[in-house]
Design a protein around this ligand. Sequence first.
Ligand code: NAD
Ligand code: TYD
Length: 372
Amino acid sequence: MKSLMVTGGAGFIGSNFVHYWLEQYPDDRIVVVDALTYAGNRDNLSGVTANANLRFEHADINDTERMQQLLRDEVIDTIVHFAAESHVDRSIEGPDAFVTTNVLGTHSLLKAARQVWLIEGDGDGNPLAGHRFHHVSTDEVYGSLEPDDPAFTERTAYAPNSPYSASKAASDFLVRAYHHTYGLDVTTSNCSNNYGPYHFPEKLIPLVILNILHGKALPIYGDGKNIRDWLYVEDHAYGIDLVIRQGKVGETYNIGGCNEWTNIDIVQLVCKLIDQRFDADENLAQRFPDSPAANGTTSNTLIEFVRDRAGHDFRYAIDASFSENELGYAPRVTFEEGIERTIDWYLANESWWQAVMDGSYQAWIETNYKAA
Ligand code: NAD
Ligand code: TYD
């Protein structure tokens, strides 16, 4: 039995991880630590809050003392560190929060882990046996690929281009340093773009789904030819599970979808799938009367090419062969299945996204959405 601290467990990937883990390992204990920033949402955990093995702690990872106390009180042996500022556009508008949370916050957590697991240890002068600090990172630390470049491997040199990716790269290096310098048992995973339930609608896929339902423009940055490698979020949780259980201490593992799409193609696909749902279910036109499909036209008429993101990375692609060979990792959900599941989840969970849109998302769109 494990006792996990999951930081950022009320965010998109963290909450999916908590759902995944409690289903796979119902006897394990999970303490979610989340500061509930604009991206954190307790509703993301509503399906599991009654679980006696789950504790929610509203706390900031920068509060080192509190992190130490939690590690001691809950006899935590595994930290799974998701907490971060995660949106590239926000990092361009205001990089400070990214340094505070992603760099200083990660360092605060590392200090807490070192104090409790290595310095206090088992009380007999030994490090706590079986401890693990798993750091969740991104493929964006490797920079941008040209169309014919080979995909990122774990040995690709870091070349972060946005304040977001630079802050994540810095946190990866701190994690590495705490292993090499102090002997903390760490692993890191660098993953490609995730999609799925509970995805905050400032990110491309949920933004497009909700804008279609409301008949709002679908903003495509630049010419829409930028490429991302998309992975269903549950497969990210599965990959992290493999790393925690079978990964080698001190190692980093790339997790990806082997699933590259240009932005314009993915937006066209989402348009087509939503139109098909409106054709098949006349209730949708009543629920979403402003959607193009409710008005005899198609969702892709909403596409608008807008000013490009500053420093927009052209292409990300993960070579996951190391994880495949070492851990037996491969995505289990096909993109066709995952994107359908995702659209159906947003259609079935209107109360979730209505609550999100009533708050910070709307304010963000008003400030940041600029037509070309
Ligand atoms: P998210 O923005 O949806 O969630 C982040 C969570 O962290 C929120 O619940 C927020 O409240 C919490 N948080 C922020 N600052 C905090 C602090 N100081 N203390 C405690 N909690 C804090 O992000 P996400 O998309 O779920 O990403 C999770 C992690 O996965 C991040 O580290 C991100 O870099 C990484 N990642 C994301 C993707 C992706 O496609 N979204 C891909 C690869 C890696
Ligand atoms: P995003 O979901 O923000 O993830 P990331 O920047 O971490 O890859 O964006 C995915 C891609 O979609 C990226 O190339 C930027 C682009 N994009 C748009 O074209 N329009 C949008 O409104 C958003 C949010 C993103």
